[in-house]
Design a protein around this ligand. Structure first.
Ligand SMILES: Cc1ncc(COP(=O)(O)O)c(C=O)c1O
Length: 414
C-alpha cells in the first residue's frame, strides 16, 4: 500500500498544541508528527466512535498480547503478558513511580541533554535532581561511566531515568552500554526507569535494544515505559504501557499509577494501541523510510548551504539535533560590562544566547532551544522533521534566512 506522507494537512483549528502559533510561523518544535496515523488505526478508532456509547473502559487481554507480540517480533524481547500495566502516558507513569518508590529526601539521576519532560516531572515531584551529563564527542554522545558511578554511589540516589533511545540526540544505546548502566545501578541499588517511547522509529536497518533484554539483572531491576504514541502519531490519545518483570516492584508501581489516577483507559486508547501493534507494521516501515529521506534532506542542505550548523545524526526518532557552536565564536563584547554596552551590542549578546528565539522572531521558524534539555544543550536546536518533506525544506530555508540575518548582524571569525 502507498501512504502519502507528502500530504500537507491543515492542523490549525484542531486545538493542536504544536500549531497553536501565529499563522506566519512554521512549528517544528514539540514531538508530534504532521502525518495521519496508519489507516488501520484510524479505522479502529472510527469503528469505536461509531458505536456511540463511551462509558468506562477496561484493558482487555488483547492489549497485553498486542504489545507482547510486537516486542517479540520487532525487538526480539519476550515479555510475559502479566508484566504490563496500562498507564495514560509515559510521564504519568514516571510520576507514579517517583511518588511510590522514592522517599522524600531521595534523588533521581538523569543524563542531559535529555527530554525536558524529565526535568518537569522531577520538579513537580519535588525530588532532588542529579545530573550525569552525556559527553559530546563532536559527532555523537557517550556516557561518562566514571561520573555515573560516582553519582550512583550517593546513597540518596535511588532512581535513574534512562532515555533509550535518546531524546533529543536520537542516540540508540548499545547492549554493552546498557549493560554497564545496569551493572552500576544494580551495584548501588538504584532502580532504572527506561523510557523507550522512541524505540520504533529507527533508521532503516537499525534496531534498538530494550534495557530489560540485556541481562536478567537489568530486567529485574527496571521499569520500562513503552507506547504507540510517538511511533504512530497518537500523542493526543493518552496511552502507554509500563513493563515490570519483578513482581514486588510491579505491585508498588501499580499502586503509584493508581494513586496518580492514571491507570484507567478512555474509550479509544486501548483500541488504538491494539490496532497499532497488530496491524501498523506496513505503515511504520514506510514511515521509517520517509523519515530517513527527511534526515538526508536536512544533512545535505546543511552541508551545502549552512556548513556551520551540524546535524547530529542519531539513528532513532524523527528529531534532529542541530549544533551551532560556531555562533559562540562570533565576535562578542564579553569583556564589556552590561551597562557599558551599546543597545545594539546588548541585543546581539542576547541573540547569541537565544538563537532559537531569534529564528522564531526573524524567520518564523519555531524550533526547540537546546537549553530546554539541560545546560549542555546550549548551542543546539532540536528540529522535528516528522512532517511532509515540503515543510522540512521550508524549515531549512527559514533556518538559512535566519542564520544569514544573524550573520549579517554579527561578524563571524574565520
Ligand atoms: C522521551 C520521551 N518520553 C516521554 C514523552 C511523553 O510521553 P507521554 O505523552 O506518554 O507522557 C516524550 C514526548 O515527547 C518523550 O520524548
Amino acid at each position: 500500500m502507498n501512504y502519502d506522507f507528502d500530504k500537507r494537512i491543515d492542523r490549525r483549528g484542531t486545538n493542536s498544541l504544536k500549531w497553536n502559533v501565529p499563522k506566519e510561523e512554521l512549528p517544528m518544535w514539540v514531538a508530534d508528527m504532521d502525518f495521519e496515523t496508519a489507516p488501520e488505526i484510524q479505522k479502529a478508532i472510527m469503528e469505536r466512535a461509531a458505536h456511540g456509547v463511551f462509558g468506562y473502559s477496561i484493558v482487555s487481554k488483547e492489549w497485553n498480547s498486542a504489545y507482547v507480540s510486537w516486542w517479540e517480533r520487532r525487538h526480539s524481547f519476550h515479555m510475559d503478558p502479566d508484566w504490563l500495566l496500562f498507564c495514560s502516558g509515559v510521564i504519568p507513569a514516571v510520576s507514579g513511580v517517583i511518588g511510590r518508590l522514592m522517599k522524600e529526601d531521595e534523588k533521581i539521576l538523569i543524563q542531559p541533554p535529555v527530554y525536558n519532560g524529565f526535568y518537569h516531572v522531577i520538579k513537580r515531584s519535588k525530588k532532588a535532581l542529579v545530573e550525569n551529563p552525556l559527553v559530546y564527542n563532536g559527532k555523537s554522545y557517550e556516557m561518562d561511566y566514571a561520573d555515573l558511578e560516582q553519582k550512583l554511589a550517593d546513597p540518596k540516589v535511588s532512581l535513574m531515568l534512562l532515555c533509550n533511545p535518546q531524546n533529543p540526540s536520537g542516540r540508540i544505546w548499545t547492549k554493552e552500554e546498557l549493560l554497564q548502566v545496569g551493572e552500576l545501578c544494580a551495584k548501588y541499588h538504584v532502580t532504572v526507569v527506561s523510557d523507550e517511547i522512541h524505540c520504533d522509529i529507527t533508521d532503516p536497518g537499525c534496531r534498538y535494544t530494550p534495557f530489560a533484554s540485556v541481562s536478567d539483572a537489568c530486567r529485574d531491576n527496571s521499569i520500562t515505559c513503552i507506547a504507540p504514541t510517538k511511533t504512530f502519531n497518537l500523542a493526543g490519545l493518552k496511552t502507554a504501557a509500563v513493563v515490570i518483570s519483578n513482581k514486588e516492584l510491579r505491585k508498588q508501581v501499580r499502586k503509584g499509577i493508581q494513586a496518580n489516577e492514571a491507570s484507567e483507559p478512555d474509550s479509544f486508547s486501548v483500541e488504538a494501541a491494539i490496532a497499532a501493534f497488530t496491524k501498523g507494521e506496513p505503515w511504520l516501515e514506510a514511515l521509517r523510510a520517509y523519515i530517513w529521506e527527511n534526515k538526508k534532506c536536512v544533512e545535505d542542505f546543511l552541508k551545502k548551504e549552512l556548513p556551520w550548523v551540524h546535524m547530529i545524526s542519531g539513528k532513532a526518532s524523527y528529531l534532529v539535533w542541530l549544533e551551532y557552536s560556531a555562533l559562540d565564536r562570533i565576535h562578542s563584547s564579553q569583556n564589556l560590562e552590561q551597562d557599558e554596552m551599546p543597545a545594539e551590542t546588548k541585543e546581539r549578546e542576547e541573540n547569541n544566547r537565544n538563537f532559537a528565539g531569534f529564528l522564531r522572531k526573524h524567520a518564523g521558524l519555531y524550533l526547540m532551544d537546546g537549553r530546554e534539555y539541560g545546560e549542555n544543550g546550549s548551542s543546539f536546536l532540536r528540529m522535528n522533521i516528522g512532517c511532509p518533506r515540503s515543510y522540512v525544506t521550508e524549515g531549512l530555508t527559514r533556518l538559512k534566512k535566519g542564520a544569514e540575518l544573524f550573520k549579517s548582524m554579527n561578524e563571524m571569525r574565520d
